[in-house]
Design a protein around this ligand. Structure first.
Ligand code: PMP
Length: 295
C-alpha cells in the first residue's frame, strides 16, 4: 500500500488530502523539492533540505519541523513505501487560512511527503537527445518572483511548457529566456553548453534555479579538468555550441540534439556530455543517505 506523509502521519495514498482552504492550493503559497532515490539511497538529501529551508525562509514560512526531523520524515516515508529507486516530492505550504491571501491567517503550515517512482523521458532520448525550442514566455524576473525560490508558483514554467507542447510530440522541452533575451533555463531543468571544451551555464542571478544536479555536474566537470563558466548565453550561443544538455533531478543529465530546428554539434551525446552522464550515474549509485539497514 502506498503511504503518504501528511502533517506527521503516514496515511494511505487514497486518503491523503489537504484542505481546500490551504493557501498552497488557493494561492500557490508554499515551497517544494523533488528528490531522487537511487539504489536505496537518497541522493543529495541534505542539499535539497538546505534549499527547501532557504526557500521557506525567503517567503517567511516557518517549517514546523527542524531540518533533522524533516530528514527523518523523508527517510521514514521512503522506507515505509519500500522504494529503492524513485522520486520524492516534499511540499510545505502556508497551510489552511481564509479566502484572503494574507499569510497571517494561516497558523499551521502543511507538510506533505510523497515517495513514488518517475520516468521523465524514455530511455532512447538519453541516446538520441532531446529536441527543444525557445518559447515566447519569459522567465520571471528575479525582482518580481525570484526563481531561486522553489515555490509552488510554477505557472510561469507551465505556460512555457504549453508553448512547447503546441509544437506537438516532436518537441520535448522549452527553453526560457529572460526579459533581455538571454537563455535562463528550461521549465524544469537547467541548461548547459560545451563550447571549445568549456562548459558554460547561465548564472543564477538572471533567474535560473540553483539546481542540485547543476551543482553536481559543475563539480564533476571540474574533477574531469574541464573549465566551467557561468555566463550569459544567447540563442546564437546555443545554436553554434559543440554540445548541449539539460540537468534536473527528474531528467538527470540528458543530451540535447536540436534547438529551434538547429542541430547541435556533430555527435549526440557529445564527448563531454557522455562522460558527465557516465560519472553522474556512477555518483548516484554510490552516494546518498542510506534508507535501509546495511545501505
Ligand atoms: N530549473 C527548474 C525551474 C526546476 O524546476 C528544476 C527542477 N527542480 C531545475 C531547474 C533543476 O533543479 P534540480 O537539479 O535541483 O532538480
Amino acid at each position: 500500500m502506498k503511504l503518504v506523509y501528511v502533517n506527521g502521519n503516514l496515511v494511505p495514498a487514497e486518503e491523503a488530502s489537504v484542505s481546500v482552504f490551504d493557501h498552497g492550493f488557493l494561492y500557490g503559497d508554499g515551497v517544494f523539492e523533488g528528490i531522487r532515490v537511487y539504489n536505496g539511497r537518497i541522493f543529495k538529501l541534505d542539499e535539497h533540505l538546505e534549499r527547501l529551508y532557504d526557500s521557506a525562509h525567503v517567503i517567511m514560512l516557518r517549517i514546523p519541523l527542524s531540518k533533522e526531523e524533516m530528514r527523518r520524515a523523508v527517510i521514514d516515508t521512503v522506507r515505509a513505501n519500500g522504494i529503492r529507486d524513485g522520486y520524492i516530492r516534499l511540499v510545505v505550504s502556508r497551510g489552511p487560512g481564509d479566502l484572503g491571501l494574507d499569510p497571517r491567517k494561516c497558523s499551521k503550515p502543511t507538510v506533505v511527503i510523497i515517495a513514488d517512482t518517475i520516468q521523465l523521458y524514455p530511455e532512447e532520448l538519453y541516446e538520441k537527445g532531446l529536441k527543444v525550442v525557445t518559447v515566447p514566455t519569459r522567465r520571471n524576473i528575479p525582482e518580481a518572483l525570484n526563481p531561486r525560490i522553489k515555490s509552488l508558483n510554477y505557472l510561469n514554467n507551465i505556460l512555457a511548457k504549453i508553448e512547447a507542447n503546441n509544437f506537438g510530440d516532436v518537441v520535448h522541452e522549452a527553453i526560457m529566456l529572460d526579459v533581455n533575451g538571454y537563455v535562463v533555463e528550461c521549465t524544469g531543468d537547467n541548461i548547459f553548453i560545451v563550447d571549445n571544451g568549456i562548459l558554460i551555464t547561465p548564472p543564477t542571478y538572471i533567474g535560473a534555479l540553483e539546481g542540485i544536479t547543476r551543482n553536481t555536474v559543475i563539480e564533476l566537470a571540474k574533477e574531469m579538468g574541464v573549465r566551467v563558466e557561468e555566463s550569459l548565453l544567447t540563442r546564437y550561443n546555443l545554436y553554434v555550441a559543440d554540445e548541449c544538455f539539460l540537468t534536473g533531478t527528474a531528467a538527470e543529465v540528458v543530451p540535447v540534439a536540436e534547438v529551434d530546428g538547429r542541430k547541435i554539434g556533430n555527435e549526440v551525446p557529445g564527448k563531454i556530455t557522455s562522460e558527465l552522464m557516465k560519472r553522474f550515474r556512477e555518483k548516484t549509485m554510490t552516494e546518498g543517505v542510506p534508507v535501509y539497514e546495511g545501505g
